[in-house]
Design a protein around this ligand. Structure first.
Ligand SMILES: Nc1ncnc2c1ncn2[C@@H]1O[C@H](COP(=O)(O)OP(=O)(O)OP(=O)(O)O)[C@@H](O)[C@H]1O
Ligand SMILES: [Mg+2]
Length: 781
């Protein structure tokens, strides 16, 4: 077993552990995932049947990579048979084969978040509740957390504590919504994401024979990122492992970042209680990052009170300090990052996929994307509107879903009149009432409206019948037609192809191409997964697609691109160069997470996760102003920057004075030098650097050296600006919030804010504008 030599001593000890419960608790980058991978290879080499191994990962992509790695070590044939994937995808597969025990159709639908929320909206409306109070997101979150704590609707309604909490939040009907939602999902033969785990728990609890079968099957269970498992997942693992106790979990309490989704750090602490004779392995050497990054990350997490103490060190080179960059707006932050990537690529001979930009919230990607696009830097973005969330894709998938499971209410509503076939909302409302009264599915009511007391004109009745007949014909082919063939037929017969083909606008053409792309994907899936014994059907594809995450969906051409993602989705990943942007108070840490210590500690762990993704270089940036919710707001640097030991920081880019190119986003165009022109134009960074040098010179000439510790206060630029103002008509120091001004083009307006030489002014005739005081011809009235 040559490969064990590729591990250090403690790693090797953990990877060679064969029987009995074990836990690896260790800091980021210390090789936990590596140990898990090597241990699986080692188990198989020691005679364990791959069929008896279950490995649970955080993304399907991680599972795929692990499988490839194992295949390289011990051969692809063995690796293929390991059960490896996310909790959701593994247990969806199991539920699908045990469907009869739980009263679901074999082709049950998996509702995505959008389906769930749409159903909740319908229910809230039907119950006549105020949708401003019962916001779908809140209701969805509440139900999700109940399910992840294994609280059924019935138990929810009986739980005095929960009910009184809802009452004090003026949402006393929450339990009733939950009950109705659960009924409607069941009636539709659908499970939401949380159901996949909830119902697995029910299955394992109520059917000892099924439990025994899977205990025997999964004699060896391994879980990565154990710190982020919720109660429901914890219990599934506990049940399955109860017979053999060959359970291996790896995790890092300092990286627990999903408490808001029910993850429970307690699971790590409970391990000792559940398996008193477990073996604990600690890994301390970090192989991923430079010394500076490791030490800086340690200094961050030291600020948390609740943590298991760890010594993490590395023998990697010291590396560059962590740069802190201040910019004046989110757009400039984007330009800085894009330009820095552009330059680093040239200077360091790095490729695009060596870079990652991480942010706290998805909305922050906009300014990054714009700047990257201007420099023609290819990027991929995770967590935006993913391919499978696009309307045209969801429409066609809804046809597949309804064919596989006619009870699927959300799919039915989506396509019964798409493409338009003259079945209007009134008809759907009538069918819904008929179905609800009888506790039946919409589909049943649609097939026999009269039986459900639904009166329809003969015209509408005929159209409805054509629709149900078409769907029945698709359904009849499900089991014996290859996924791709049936998918193609449905796209044609349903009229979707024709509808999209007719639209020659660029958006229409893109939608048509997307449909073709989906069909290509199905073709590939059919080819890859088919064996001599078994053809791959559309329901097989559906279950796969419902559980895909963005990261799983990476195509070949996406491989060499800059990665943009939220920190949450960066868990477990690593990149040579990492930019963590938007390090501002109220953004990171998030405004919603600073009221209690435990929330703040979770934000800090998130920051720890972000910094520890970096291998060679980590850059932190913040803007002093940013548009949020349509408003320009002033920002202060995040407290997290100050928490890093200043020995590890390079703050030379936080002390610039204003320079002209900071003024206005359109004044500065990168287009030229990216087009391969011979003469390289000065880049943003060049100018930035010059400005910075100028600043230090100026400071020293007046006897004050540039501060070595960054100035974390909001800069008071008004004075500086007034010193340099020549073009403006007015003494800018008089431009302060509240005063009336006159502008050449926009007329009379009122100043709302002034910061960094920019004023936000409201003009009744033109709306809100941002003006550069240095240039704007303003007159104070
Ligand atoms: N003994 C080793 N020799 C060489 N490289 C190693 C060794 N151990 C780990 N690495 C490398 O270090 C990096 C980090 O390892 P890994 O991803 O397994 O860490 P981790 O503890 O799972 O990190 P995280 O907490 O971020 O999930 C990987 O690139 C891995 O291949
Ligand atoms: Mg890992």
């Amino acid at each position: 077993m040559e490969y064990l030599k590729e591990l250090n001593d403690p790693q090797r000890a953990a990877a060679s552990h064969l029987e009995g419960p074990m836990m690896v608790i260790a800091g980021a980058g210390s090789g936990k995932t590596r140990v898990l991978t090597y241990r699986i290879a080692h188990l198989i080499d020691n005679g364990v049947d791959p069929f008896n191994i279950l490995a649970l990962t955080f993304t399907n992509k991680a599972a795929k990579e692990m499988k490839e790695r194992i295949a390289n070590m011990i051969g692809g044939h063995e690796a293929r048979n390991i059960w490896m994937g996310t909790f959701h995808s593994i247990f969806a597969r199991i539920l699908r084969s045990e469907y009869d025990k739980i009263g679901y159709p074999s082709n049950f639908t998996i509702y995505d978040t959008q389906d769930s929320k749409s159903l909740l909206k319908t229910i809230i409306k039907e119950m006549g509740l105020d949708d401003k109070l019962y916001k779908t997101n809140i209701v969805y979150g509440r139900i999700s957390s109940a399910k992840n704590n294994l609280i059924s609707p019935q138990a929810y309604l009986k739980n005095v504590e929960i009910v009184s909490e809802d009452q004090s939040n003026a949402r006393p009907k929450m339990g009733d919504i939950y009950l109705e939602y659960a009924k409607r999902c069941y009636r539709a033969g659908a499970m939401d994401f949380d159901d996949l785990l909830f119902i697995t728990n029910v299955l394992l609890k109520k059917h000892p024979d099924v439990l025994l079968k899977y205990q025997e099957k999964f004699k060896y269970i391994l879980v990565d990122e154990y710190q982020d498992t919720n109660y429901s997942q914890y219990l599934i693992v506990k049940r399955l492992a109860a017979r053999y106790e060959n359970l291996c979990v790896v995790g890092d309490d300092a990286q627990s970042i999903y408490a808001f989704r029910g993850a429970n750090i307690q699971n790590i602490l409970n391990f000792k209680r559940d398996y008193p004779d477990y073996k604990l392995y600690k890994l301390e050497q970090n192989y991923r990052s430079t010394q500076t990054i490791v030490d800086a990350a340690n200094s961050i997490i030291d600020n948390n009170r609740d943590q298991i103490k760890k010594d993490v060190w590395t023998s990697n080179p010291e590396g560059d300090k962590i740069r802190v960059v201040r910019t004046y707006s989110d757009n400039e932050e984007g330009k800085f990052v894009a330009n820095d990537i552009f330059e680093s690529k040239n200077n360091l001979q790095a490729s695009d996929n060596d870079f990652a930009i991480l942010y706290r919230t998805n909305a922050q990607s906009r300014s990054m994307e714009e700047a990257l696009r201007k420099l023609n830097i290819p990027y991929k973005i995770y967590g935006g509107l993913s391919f499978y969330q696009r309307k045209e894709i969801k429409d066609l998938l809804a046809y597949f879903r309804l064919a596989a499971n006619p009870k699927d209410e959300e799919a039915f509503k989506r396509i019964v009149n798409y493409p338009k076939r003259g079945i209007g909302n009134t008809t759907i409302d009538k069918l819904t009432i008929g179905a609800n009264n009888a506790g039946a599915s919409l589909w049943n009511a649609a097939c026999n409206p009269a039986e459900f007391g639904v009166q329809l004109s003969s015209g509408v009745f005929n159209k409805l019948q054509q629709f149900t007949l078409m769907m029945k014909s698709f359904a009849s082919k499900l089991d014996n037609t290859k996924a791709f063939e049936l998918a193609d037929e449905i796209a044609k017969v349903s009229g979707i192809y024709k509808e999209l083909y007719a639209d020659k606008t660029p958006e229409g053409v893109a939608r048509y191409e997307n449909i073709q792309e989906l069909l290509n994907g199905i073709q590939e899936f059919t080819d890859n997964e088919s064996t001599d014994e078994k053809i791959v059907t559309l329901p097989d594809f559906l279950i796969d697609v419902a559980l895909l995450t963005d990261a799983d969906n990476e195509s070949e051409e996406d491989k060499d691109k800059v990665t943009l993602m939220t920190i949450h989705s960066a868990k477990g990943l690593e990149f040579p160069y990492v930019y963590i942007v938007g390090l501002e108070e109220n953004l990171f840490p998030s405004q919603l997470s600073i009221s209690t210590r435990s929330e703040l500690e979770e934000e800090r762990r998130l920051f720890y996760v972000a910094v520890t993704r970096a291998e060679k270089k980590c850059t932190l940036s913040y803007a002093t102003s940013r548009y949020r919710w349509g408003q320009l707001s002033q920002c202060e640097p995040s407290r997290f920057i100050e928490e890093i030991d200043s020995r590890f920081l390079d703050t030379s880019l936080t002390n610039q004075e204003k320079s002209p190119m900071h003024l206005g986003d359109d004044d500065f165009d990168f287009g030229g030098f990216n087009g391969g022109q011979k003469k390289k134009q000065p880049t943003y960074l060049d100018k930035y650097k010059n400005q910075s040098q100028k600043y230090s010179k100026k400071s020293s000439s007046t006897g004050t050296s540039a501060p070595s510790k960054p100035n974390f206060g909001v800069p008071k630029n008004l004075k500086k600006v007034s010193g340099t103002t020549k073009a403006a008509k007015v003494d800018v120091s008089k431009v302060i919030p509240g005063v009336q001004v006159m502008h050449d083009r926009f007329g009379k307006g009122k100043v709302l804010t002034v910061e960094d030489g920019k004023a936000t002014v409201f003009f009744p005739s033109h709306g809100q504008k941002q003006l550069l005081l240095q240039f704007a011809k303003l007159e104070v009235l």
